[in-house]
Ligand binder design. Structure first.
Ligand code: PRP
Length: 190
């Protein structure tokens, strides 16, 4: 298990407020529709679970899994679909839900694949957007927070599978910016 030094970037209250705001916007845009929300495993499961409870429209939910990072903090160039959808997207209003977009390769790959399957509409939503790290052109329809440098964990995001359970989004600090150490499950020092 990785042991990291963490500090809070977005608190649970700040996240809740932003997710509510995203839910309101999405509900307005999809009024009268029955969208299919597609979560990208694993990181999006917490965000998606909270987001759907702020929607005023009926939805269906499905998941895909794309391999990209492994155990590293660096983005891989190769993206593979390792778990496919169980619900057809043909003719559906599809909203892809992602926790974080970095190089953009994962979301770009998935949007391309889903577009080939004939959805009625296709949009994307991410909680965290590292726009400055983009390696492929990509427009995201709904963005929670834009962020700059830093590797983040918590609220579904992991470091080598640890820290997904933290209720806040936290930056893993480097040796140059030391703070108190925190074990998974201890809570987080801000
Ligand atoms: C993370 C994140 C996105 C992807 C973004 O997933 O959840 O899916 O990386 O990176 P990109 O924009 O550079 O493609 P990860 O591979 O860490 O898997 P996980 O969701 O299971 O943690």
């Amino acid at each position: 298990m990785k042991k990291a030094k963490l500090h809070v970037l977005h608190s649970r209250d700040e996240i809740a407020e932003r997710v509510r705001w995203l839910g309101e916007r999405i509900s307005q845009d999809y009024e009268g529709r029955f969208p299919l929300l597609v979560g990208i495993l694993k990181g999006s499961f917490v965000f998606l679970a909270d987001l759907i409870r702020h929607l005023d429209v009926p939805v269906e939910v499905d998941f895909v899994r794309l391999a990209s990072y492994g155990d590293s903090m660096e983005s891989s160039k190769e993206v593979r679909l390792t778990k496919d959808l169980e619900i057809s997207v043909e003719g559906r209003d599809v909203l892809v839900v992602e926790d974080i977009v970095d190089s953009g390769r994962t979301l770009k790959e998935l949007l391309g694949e889903l577009a080939r399957r004939g959805p009625r509409s296709l949009r994307s939503c991410c909680l965290l957007d590292k726009r400055h790290r983009r390696e492929v052109p990509l427009e995201i329809d709904y963005v929670g927070f834009e962020m700059n440098e830093g590797f983040v964990v918590g609220y579904g995001l992991d470091w080598a599978e640890s820290y997904r359970h933290l209720p806040d989004i936290c930056v893993v600090e480097t040796e140059e910016t030391p703070s108190e150490e925190c074990e998974p499950g201890e809570g987080v020092k801000s």
